[in-house]
Structure formats: structure tokens, C-alpha cells
Design a protein around this ligand. Structure first.
Ligand SMILES: Nc1ncnc2c1ncn2[C@@H]1O[C@H](COP(=O)(O)OP(=O)(O)OP(=O)(O)O)[C@@H](O)[C@H]1O
Ligand SMILES: [Mg+2]
Length: 86
């Protein structure tokens, strides 16, 4: 959120496991950006490595058999939803 905004973090629990959501009011992403989000070294930041979400994917999906999904609207914001089985 280069111009500031709100980041809302929520946690929930159900029979299947734990649900975490991270919702920001930042720049959002196009469908094309979202499709390649978890690829390593893909970045739009001047000093980004593009590794952040590739590592998140490895931890959530590969190591813990969870799921991570994203919904995003350009210029409006983004929600990441993480489901972890318990
Ligand atoms: N919440 C978000 N809102 C808008 N764009 C995002 C968001 N999260 C990720 N992106 C986009 O996805 C790209 C890849 O993110 P990722 O975390 O993998 O790498 P990075 O943030 O660029 O680099 P680093 O994690 O090393 O700082 C970002 O450069 C940005 O374009
Ligand atoms: Mg990052």
C-alpha cells in the first residue's frame, strides 16, 4: 500500500482447520498478475526479490498441505485467504 491504507487480518477455525485472511486497501492486481503471483523472481518492486510469495506457497501448500487463494481488484485492494488443515 504505497499510499497507506488498512490491512485487516482475521482468523477463524472450523472442523477442517484454520482460516486466515489478509485484506489490504492497496493497489490491487490484474488477473494476469494474479495468475503468476507465486512464481519466483516475479516482482514489480524496485527492490523486491519476487521470492516472498513463492516461499509462502512452499510453506503453506507444500509443507503444510494447506491452500492459499487470492482475490484482488486493481486500485481497490487484495485479499489473501490461507486455509491450514489441523
Ligand atoms: N497485496 C498485494 N497487492 C498488490 N500486489 C501484490 C500484493 N502482494 C504481491 N503483489 C504483487 O506480486 C509481486 C510478487 O510478490 P512477492 O511477495 O512474491 O515478491 P515481492 O514482494 O515483489 O518481493 P519481496 O517479497 O522480496 O519483497 C509483487 O511484486 C507485487 O507486484
Ligand atoms: Mg513480497
Amino acid at each position: 500500500m504505497p499510499e497507506g491504507g488498512a490491512l485487516t487480518i482475521a482468523t477463524n477455525r472450523n472442523a477442517a482447520g484454520i482460516l486466515l485472511t489478509f485484506t489490504d486497501t492497496g493497489m490491487g492486481m490484474t488477473a494476469e498478475q494474479q495468475a503468476r503471483l507465486f512464481e519466483p523472481f516475479l516482482t514489480t518492486k524496485v527492490r523486491g526479490t519476487g521470492l516472498g510469495l513463492a516461499i509462502v506457497h512452499r510453506i503453506i501448500v507444500d509443507a503444510h498441505r494447506g491452500r492459499i487463494t487470492v482475490t484482488s481488484v486493481p486500485h481497490r485492494g487484495t485479499t489473501f485467504r490461507i486455509e491450514l488443515p489441523v
